[in-house]
Design a protein. Structure first.
Length: 65
C-alpha cells in the first residue's frame, strides 16, 4: 500500500524516530511503513491519522489492481 507518511513527516521536520516516539512504535516500523514493506494495523493507522489530523484515506492510498 502506498502512503504519504514520509512527506507528512518531512513537512513537520520530524525524524523517523520522532514519529516513532509519537506513535509508540519502533523507528524500524516507521521505516517499513514508509517504504511500503509493512501495512500498519487498523488501530495504528487510526493513530497515524489522528496525529496528522487527517483521514486514513488521505495518508494511505490503494494501489491500482
Amino acid at each position: 500500500m502506498k502512503n504519504r507518511l514520509k512527506v507528512l513527516r518531512a513537512e513537520r521536520d520530524w525524524s523517523q524516530q520522532d514519529l516513532a516516539d509519537r506513535l509508540e512504535v519502533s523507528r524500524q516500523s516507521v521505516n517499513a511503513i514508509e517504504k511500503g514493506r509493512y501495512d500498519p494495523s487498523l488501530p495504528l493507522a487510526f493513530r497515524i491519522a489522528d496525529l496528522f489530523a487527517m483521514r486514513i484515506e488521505e495518508i494511505f492510498l490503494r494501489e491500482a489492481d
